[in-house]
Design a protein around this ligand. Structure first.
Ligand SMILES: Nc1nc2c(ncn2[C@@H]2O[C@H](COP(=O)(O)OP(=O)(O)O)[C@@H](O)[C@H]2O)c(=O)[nH]1
Ligand SMILES: [Mg+2]
Ligand SMILES: [Zn+2]
Length: 322
């Protein structure tokens, strides 16, 4: 078979094994899906990436290039980073009343979204479980103040008193949204509600990629139903990510962190010391912001924690290379 180059959308990633869907299938005699082999230690691709591929067989190809991205969502520690998704329009952070969600993960997701300039929506799921609802609302209060949209839903029962899932459809239509959150929060339940053929899409991916070989959990791209309508000729999609407990942000520098805490903005530059860490220095304007009630003490605590981790990561890298 002659070598062909073509563009494709990365729709599933299992570690460094990918499945891609050719974009202009009418142009050439291309299969519906191709398995993508990553050669060597090239830059990692992510679900949602547009790839330039070169075929190596009827159903396999190698990456020639990753097209420039609008954004890339990933987490990292000092030495490794894990891609979640690329070219996304919004992050849907799924939290539940039970099991209780991690406020730390919530805080980190908000920082990642602010840093990458991606819209964030919080879906507070399982509001049918009344006993834990107030506690969840309390944990969310600082984020309500930050004007992050919070939707109270019940993915399983879609009950009265919750915002109906159907009413959220216009917020998804035509956009690429990524579902993130710990496992057990209800991401799969939501996906199956909104994309009724999701399990069929998964089965199709699995047969094409022989997923038996790939045991690592995957990020997957599901096209939204055509009936929802289009935006710029796109149906949009939901990207499902494996649940994670850790959300390392070691790749963010201290200054990037500072700017991702958007409510710090009016206070930055007004501290007595130029290199103020906003921890315990006298004349700190950010601390003053906390006293004025403009900054939640929990958010300043998270900032200090993230700065600490960022410095540690830098230190670890230096130690390893010396
Ligand atoms: N009570 C209640 N349970 C739910 C709701 N949504 C999901 N669940 C349950 O929560 C568990 C985890 O859901 P799942 O969608 O697998 O979560 P994921 O790990 O985030 O994908 C399952 O047993 C669901 O049936 C809800 O709105 N209310
Ligand atoms: Mg799931
Ligand atoms: Zn300060």
């Amino acid at each position: 078979m002659a070598k062909t180059c073509f563009k494709a959308l990365l729709v599933a990633s299992y570690g460094r094994n990918y499945l891609a869907k050719p974009i202009h299938q009418l142009d050439a005699n291309l299969p519906e899906y191709v398995e993508v082999i990553s050669r060597g230690r090239k830059k990692e691709a992510a679900v949602g990436d547009e790839l330039l591929l070169e075929s190596t067989s009827n159903h396999q190809a190698v990456i020639q290039a990753i097209q420039p991205r609008k954004n890339l969502l990933f987490r990292s520690d000092a030495f490794r980073s894990k891609s979640i998704a690329a070219n996304v329009d919004q992050i849907l952070l799924v939290l539940a009343t039970e099991p209780a969600f991690s406020p730390d993960l919530l805080g980190r997701a908000a920082i990642v979204a602010a840093h990458a300039n991606i819209e964030l929506r919080i879906l507070l799921n399982k509001v049918d479980l009344h006993d834990s609802l107030e506690k969840a609302r309390t944990l969310l209060a600082p984020y309500r103040t930050l004007q992050i949209p919070i939707h109270e839903i019940s993915a399983k029962y879609d009950i009265h008193g919750a915002q109906s899932l159907a009413s959220l459809q216009p917020l998804l239509a035509g956009k690429v949204s990524v579902l993130v959150g710990q496992s057990g929060m209800g991401k799969s339940t939501l996906l199956n509600y909104w994309v009724p053929n999701a399990s069929a899409q998964t089965r199709e991916h699995s047969t094409k990629l022989d997923t038996g070989k790939h045991t690592t959990t995957a990020c997957k791209y599901y096209s939204l139903p055509q009936a929802w309508g289009e935006l710029n000729n796109q149906c949009g999609a939901l990207i499902d990510s494996p649940g994670f407990q850790e959300f390392g942000l070691a790749h963010l520098s201290e200054s990037e962190l500072q700017h991702a805490f958007t409510e710090f903005a009016p206070f930055l530059g007004n501290c007595r010391f130029n290199n103020c860490s906003h921890a315990h220095e006298p004349g700190c304007a950010v601390q003053e912001g906390v006293k004025l009630g403009a900054i939640s003490p929990l958010r300043l605590q998270l900032f200090s924690q993230l700065v600490h981790e960022s410095r540690n990561a830098t230190q670890q890298v230096l130690e390893r290379s010396s």
